[in-house]
Design a protein around this ligand. Structure first.
Ligand code: TMP
Length: 236
């Protein structure tokens, strides 16, 4: 399968059309951004690591009954995926307080939440991806169906159970993560985008060392080492 035309360039990936209708190639970029791209960087090899980690995790989720856009990995930096119309909601699931949750509500970083908290953020860079609730989604015209919103929440919780157990077996704590869903050509809602250290937070189970994009966000250094360590643990 070959790239025909670039359809979209996001902060972490480029999407290309292929010879086949509704089948795209996603190329994982080495670019790193944070705080709505106010902070920018590049880490050679990061695209490759995210491509491999995401591919592995999409395969794991598919094996556990989650429908995703993933078809197969093509090479080091590219995957084949189904074309979807992205639902403009960033679905965040959290097990442990940190990041914007701690900042917004004053919950101490590292506090284990009593249950998996699912939040919606409006995917709009100009507005800085604000936190929204179900009624905002309906007013914004994202969906008129409460059932669709409930489906997104239940998928996020299911995905959390699958990933949390898996990462626990690799001595990693799954702190929180962001998912994006889209509608395929038949109108089915499937998981899209990526599942990687760019979109998840992982802490070492024993030391709480951060092994994700927070190393870039917080200038902790060793960004690539952290992503390599996540890949090493998940494949061994
Ligand atoms: P937050 O604590 O900054 O709201 O982040 C929650 C989770 O979502 C965390 O795993 C990082 C991820 N995330 C993204 O993937 N993209 C984003 O733009 C933001 C703000 C967070």
């Amino acid at each position: 399968m070959k790239k025909i035309k670039m359809l979209y360039e996001g902060k972490g990936k480029k999407l290309y059309s292929t010879e086949e209708t509704s089948v795209l190639i996603a190329e994982f970029k080495d670019d790193l951004t944070a705080f709505n791209a106010q902070k920018k960087g590049k880490e050679i090899g990061k695209g490759e690591l995210n491509c491999k980690i995401s591919s592995f995790l999409f395969e794991l989720l598919e094996k556990n009954g989650i429908s995703t856009h993933y078809i197969q990995r093509l090479d080091e930096q590219n995957i084949l995926c189904k074309e979807v119309k992205i639902i403009p909601i960033e679905v965040v699931a959290r097990n442990v307080a940190t990041g914007s949750l701690s900042k917004r509500l004053g919950i101490k970083e590292g506090s284990v939440l009593p249950f998996c908290l699912v939040e919606f953020y409006y995917k709009d860079d100009a507005l800085g991806d604000p936190l929204i609730n179900d009624e905002h989604c309906r007013i914004l015209g994202i969906t008129n169906s409460q059932e669709e919103l409930e489906f997104l929440k239940s998928q996020a919780k299911k995905i959390n159970l699958i990933l949390k157990d898996f990462f626990d077996s690799k001595d990693l704590k799954l702190i929180d993560f962001k998912l994006e869903f889209g509608k395929d050509t038949k109108g089915n809602i499937i998981l899209a985008d990526e599942v990687s250290p760019d979109s998840c937070r992982f802490w070492d189970k024993n030391t709480n060392e951060k092994l994700d994009k927070d190393r870039f966000r917080q200038d902790l250094g060793d960004v690539k080492f952290a992503y390599e360590e996540v890949l090493r643990r998940i494949i061994t």
